[in-house]
Design a protein around this ligand. Structure first.
Ligand code: PDD
Length: 319
């Protein structure tokens, strides 16, 4: 018997104080998220283990959420403990409805918009932000994608210059993802005036002569939570890391290209615009970072289990 696809199951979500099935969650059409794309979001993995689920690097995700909100002038509706409790509540509701099986990795999607108001561009006074949380199964890249690597295409980065804000105004990114899809590619790698920026929904790393090279943190890219993590993991693995602008020609001459995101972890790119990357196979730096990433997951899970045992409170979302 084949397993039921999870589209048949309806996630239980949180919207403005209520926990409801997804099909019952409604926002007014004058929500500024709908009208202006005036809001921010977060995507954090919740890895399953024997003691429950661990929101991986959640402190860092919450810090980025807080930074994004601050940059667009929305007051953070919860403190970190509040966000953690909220995610726990949504996870518990999904488990109760069997939408989330035991042992299944999940992804937490958080969205905060400025709220609902009569249409007018400037911030309206006295409105409440709209808060939405959804927890769904996480489908990581499969073993074949990791073993063979993925194909990417490239394009000019035409997005705005506030890419450091995790804004729901994602049209530029959507067009880049669609460009990849139309070209049978996994992701579009973007260049701004001949310099590497990032993917449509991932950060991009280059390897040359055993050195890992990353574009600097700036307004031109979203600083992935994996950005800081890979900095740590490369140090742990004894891989030299250089943070600097990377010319398009260097990307095309790279030994390895690696993409990273919450939903992809680290993934090797073995073809760019139809040309093989390096030897056309995943490289040693990818292999080392992937193994280190899995160790980091195991370490966080272990810490969470010990914490959970101390609290004797069953399933807990910890980090
Ligand atoms: N995207 N850059 C962009 C433009 C992204 O959208 C993402 C993640 C990243 C990587 O960030 P992180 O390591 O924190 O996932 C970089 C998420 C997964 C998304 O939009 O679904």
């Amino acid at each position: 018997m084949t397993a039921l696809p999870d589209v048949s199951l309806e996630p239980i979500v949180y919207l403005n104080g209520e926990v409801v099935p997804l099909s019952e969650a409604r926002v007014p059409v004058l929500d500024r998220g709908f009208i202006f794309g005036d809001g921010i979001y977060e995507v954090a993995p919740l890895y399953a283990h024997a003691g429950g689920r661990t929101a991986f690097r959640f402190e860092q995700h919450l810090a980025r959420l807080s930074r994004s909100l601050e940059k667009i002038g929305i007051a953070n509706p919860f403190n970190n403990a509040g966000w953690r409790a909220l995610i726990e509540r949504v996870v518990a509701a999904n488990e109760a409805e069997a939408d989330l099986a035991a042992g299944q990795d999940a992804i937490a999607y958080i969205q905060v918009t400025r709220g609902v108001a009569k249409r007018g561009h400037a911030f309206p006074a006295g409105i409440q932000p709209t808060v939405f949380v959804m927890v769904t199964p996480l489908h990581l890249p499969n073993a074949a994608q990791r073993a063979e690597g993925v194909r990417c295409v490239s394009a000019e980065d035409r997005r705005w210059l506030n890419c450091d804000i995790k804004s729901v105004s994602l049209l530029g990114n959507v067009l880049m993802a669609q460009y990849a899809a139309e070209n049978g590619a996994f992701e579009t790698i973007q260049f701004r005036e001949g310099v590497l920026t990032e993917g449509s929904s991932s950060n991009v790393w280059v390897v040359k002569g055993g050195v890992l090279i990353a574009p600097p943190r700036s307004h031109k890219i979203l600083e992935g939570i994996r950005y800081g993590l890979i900095e740590e993991l490369s140090a742990e693995c004894g891989i030299r890391l250089e943070v600097r602008e990377i010319a398009e020609a260097e990307v095309r001459a790279a030994d390895e290209i690696i993409i990273s995101s919450a939903t992809k972890e680290v993934l090797p790119v073995t073809q760019l615009d139809g040309q093989p990357v390096g030897a056309g196979k995943p490289g040693a730096v990818f292999a080392a970072l992937y193994a280190a990433y899995q160790r980091a997951k195991a370490t966080e899970a272990q810490g969470a289990q010990q914490q959970g045992a101390k609290n004797e409170s069953g399933e807990r979302i910890t980090d």
